[in-house]
Design a binder for this molecule. Structure first.
Ligand code: PLP
Length: 390
């Protein structure tokens, strides 16, 4: 049967953590809907005691997600925010964390309104240039947390260069990989210490559950993160774990198709004269297209640009007309589902950022983020064409 480590991505997605049930042989694994487990004597359990600490369905999911990221460990949380919060809570009052500017607005809200009150220091910097990251590292900096591509401006961070800066300075590097999924980018192989993903997005891909996961190759970090999960309790339900375990089986197919669709739409959108800006890492005029080519790769080594596009339509009138006319793209928060969505980050996902910061970054009221699904691209293009026509 060969070594599991040598399996291809889809084989790992389908078989990792999905071994048939030992008791009954069910090919689809059972859902262990239980809060607690019978103990055979005091101190004698059969592997699990209480579902906040561990649960067989979650253990299967963690094996599956670790395999997809090429990681030794995966720790699953109830949401992406619970995962990021647990990661940041590894640090103490007085510690300093550097974060990519224009990351997901919820990361900003949690850092500045919750952990900052506990005397942790956060600084939002441009992580497109690894020298800029190096210049901002202080003696008390403990973590550099980057998103690449960022949400919603699709700015990239060179992961290998940034990991080398962090290693030299003895600082941990974590990467929010929710936009790319492990199918499109595997940051641990590029030198990151921890990968965070909102599994609400492409990992689950059907807009039906919430989830978060942290993966790492470090035994020490795994132990500390697992302790944080047990201590603070942000665990996902067995049912959501099962849905996610089923969903990752088709991640490769879904992610490839949605990226192919997005790539075709981005090139078409770039030709539309009415648009002020079209942001997509696959476009030749994206200032960091070369970094995308270097690090955004499928498990087979092919370049992949992802399923997210941002466009600036110029005026509020055009924006409202565009949103109203669209039939297939639904106005909704979130991304990475099989169905195409649009959102206005200024008012929606990035509402928590101060107005001045949003405008300085270029998150205008007329910037629209598209999450491209796996519908027929010809229909998506017709929908966009119809909505852009006045
Ligand atoms: C890039 C990114 N990271 C993290 C999150 C937070 O994930 P969740 O909504 O699962 O808490 C989101 C949610 O939109 C996101 O887009």
């Amino acid at each position: 049967m060969g070594n599991k480590k040598d399996w291809g991505f889809s084989t790992k997605a389908i078989h990792g953590g999905n071994e048939p049930d030992k008791e009954e042989g069910s090919v689809s694994p059972p859902i262990h809907l239980t809060s607690t487990f019978k103990q055979d004597g005091v101190g004698k359990n059969r592997g699990h005691e209480y579902s906040r600490v561990s649960n067989p369905t979650r253990a299967r999911l963690e094996a599956n997600l670790a395999a997809l990221d090429g990681a030794k460990h995966a720790v699953c949380f109830s949401t992406g925010m619970a995962a990021t919060t647990a990661l940041f809570q590894l640090f103490d009052a007085g510690d300093h964390i550097l974060i990519s500017r224009n990351t997901y607005g919820g990361t900003y809200r949690m850092s500045m309104n919750v952990l900052k009150r506990q005397e942790m220091a956060f600084e939002w910097i441009d992580t497109r240039d690894s020298q800029n990251v190096a210049d901002h590292i202080r003696p008390n900096t403990k973590l550099v947390h980057v998103e690449t591509p960022t949400n919603p401006l699709l700015e990239l961070c060179d992961l290998e260069a940034t990991a080398s800066v962090c290693k030299q300075k003895g600082v941990l590097l974590s990467v929010d990989n929710s936009f790319m999924s492990p199918y499109g980018q595997r940051p641990l192989a590029l030198g990151a210490d921890v990968v965070m993903q909102s599994s609400t997005k492409s990992l689950s891909g059907h807009s039906d559950i919430l989830g978060g996961v942290l993966t790492t190759n470090s035994d020490d970090l795994d132990e500390r993160l697992r302790f944080m999960l047990k201590a603070t309790g942000g665990v996902p339900s067995p049912f959501d774990n099962w849905i996610l375990l089923r969903s990752t089986k088709t991640l490769g197919l879904r992610y490839q198709k949605s990226s192919d669709n997005a790539n075709e739409l981005a090139w078409w959108l770039a030709k539309q004269k009415s648009l002020v800006r079209v942001l997509y890492p696959g476009l030749k005029d994206h200032p960091q297209n070369e970094i995308a080519v270097k690090q955004q790769r499928t498990p087979n080594g092919e370049v992949i640009f992802g399923n997210m596009i941002s466009i600036d339509v110029g005026t509020m009138e055009t924006r409202d007309h565009f949103i109203e006319k669209l039939e297939l793209f639904t106005l909704a928060e979130s991304l990475g589902g099989v169905e195409s969505l649009i959102c206005v980050p200024y008012n929606m996902t990035h509402a928590a950022l101060p107005e001045k910061t949003k405008l300085e970054l270029g998150i205008t009221e007329t910037l629209i983020r598209l999450s491209v699904g796996i519908e027929d691209v010809v229909d998506l293009k017709a929908d966009l064409r119809n909505a852009l026509n006045k």
